[in-house]
Design a protein around this ligand. Structure first.
Ligand SMILES: Nc1nc2c(c(=O)[nH]1)N[C@H]1C(S)=C(S)[C@@H](COP(=O)(O)O)O[C@H]1N2
Ligand SMILES: [Mo]
Length: 411
């Protein structure tokens, strides 16, 4: 397929998604390589549950045409066998997990100078309830004996021009809380979200939750070139893309790492170029939404905050662009891997105000105010800035997410 054909196909796919999902809008992708739509407005972040119509979509290849649940998942490496989706659903218990899906490129559009690819602001985040079967039960059933440690590689069924879409996660995470999902928010997973089955990795960046799951492989190491029994490239999406590295530095390929925690990797010397696994602490204000103006008086400022599989310990809101802070109250559902709602009351006086939120996770890590410069490299973290990185990954600075609110006198 030529680049123009691929480009036309992508445009058609995006148009069709926009028709099905009124709550999203297209996001700028410089290279036109991804199918990407994001939440259309801030209102999404004033609710705990994101309707599928407002849930962002992100993938690289065309949606594979899959007819029904006779689609099967193959097990390989330290696993053996094959199971159709219908069989999986019948054989294993049905469970549900709440998960905040966040693209590792969320906030990429806030890097200055600009990095390539999809220019997300904060709209590549959404929370849904995914239903399916526990991955731990499946792995136990399709292995002779599960080892204590290892890596599970998930391969997507989407045709990739140069190889496969494959991602590896530590076995420890796989058996802890991952599921093979067949449903979302009470209905069958729509095609663009991975029908008929996807891996769902609660609290980790979206890229780990492989859609249109085709194969699960258990091995001692994460995927490297030549480690799958398939033609083409295997390791691009694990070892090259989705790595946090300074401009001009090629990420070092690794077989295994000690800590998967993304922020932990950034802080330690073990991994020079962190992998994007669990999500960094983040928050977004949902209401007021900055559209139009509001009447002066006492109002509730409401939003969501998350920290991957860690919990959110504190949320603060500033009505003065970050000069003074008020502690917000966390409320609503509390699930590991999903965001929490926050609110605080604001006595809005006439004028224009800059509202911003910042969250702190259970390890005491607070969202930095800004993203650093390319020259600072990953050391920016030491001076309290989120590291500008060439792929624009895992950014969680709070000032770029500030919103302006116009308040009219209340007559
Ligand atoms: N097979 C496959 N799975 C994939 C992708 C892909 O390109 N192919 N994109 C990943 C990325 S980058 C993200 S952010 C999430 C987005 O999931 P969603 O479209 O359901 O929101 O899917 C992930 N799973
Ligand atoms: Mo993504």
């Amino acid at each position: 397929m030529t680049t123009t054909d691929r480009s036309r196909e992508r445009r058609e796919e995006i148009e069709a998604i926009l028709e099905r999902k009124p709550g999203v809008r297209e996001v700028r992708d410089e290279a036109d390589r991804y199918t990407v739509v994001g939440a259309a407005g801030r209102g999404t972040y004033a609710n705990w549950l994101t309707p599928v119509e407002e849930h962002f979509v992100c993938h690289r290849n065309a949606i594979p045409e899959i007819e029904d649940d006779s689609w099967s998942v193959a097990f390989s490496g330290g696993l053996a066998g094959e199971a159709s989706v219908a069989e999986l659903a019948e054989r294993f218990p049905t469970v549900a997990v709440a998960h905040t899906m966040e693209c590792a490129g969320n906030g990429r559009g806030q890097h200055e100078p600009e990095t390539g690819s999809v220019q997300w602001g904060f709209e590549a985040a959404a929370t849904a309830v995914w239903t399916g079967v526990p991955l731990s039960s499946v792995l136990r059933a399709f292995s002779e004996e599960l080892p204590e440690e290892g890596w599970l590689t998930a391969v997507g069924g989407d045709p990739d021009e140069e190889g496969v879409f494959a991602r590896s996660i530590p076995l420890e995470k796989a058996v802890d809380d991952c599921i093979l999902a067949v449903g979302v928010n009470g209905r069958q997973i729509p095609a663009e979200h991975g029908y008929p089955v996807r891996l769902l990795v609660p609290g980790w960046y979206g890229v780990n939750s492989v859609k249109w799951l085709d194969e699960l492989r258990l091995a001692d190491s994460m995927v490297t070139e030549g480690s799958l029994d398939r033609p083409g490239r295997h390791a691009r999406w694990q070892q090259e893309d989705y790595r946090i590295h300074p401009a001009g530095e090629a990420p070092e390929w690794m077989e295994t790492i000690g800590t998967a925690d993304t922020w932990g990797q950034l802080e330690s010397d073990e991994v020079a170029h962190p992998y994007t696994f669990d999500q960094n602490v983040m928050s977004v204000i949902g209401t007021p939404d900055g559209e139009g103006s509001i009447r002066a008086g006492e109002i509730d400022v409401c939003g969501v905050a998350w920290a991957g599989d860690d919990s959110v310990e504190r949320v603060e809101v500033s009505f003065t662009g970050g000069d003074e802070w008020t502690e917000a109250e966390r409320f609503g559902p509390e699930y590991s891997g999903a965001w929490r709602l926050f609110r605080c009351s604001w006595n809005a006086e006439p004028g224009t105000h800059r509202l911003v939120s910042r969250a702190t996770d259970e390890h005491g890590r607070t969202q930095p105010a800004t993203i650093g410069s390319p020259e600072e490299g990953l050391d920016a973290l030491g001076s309290g800035r989120y590291p500008w990185n060439e792929g624009g990954y895992a950014a969680n600075a709070y000032l770029p997410n500030a919103l302006e609110v116009r308040v009219e006198p209340d007559e």
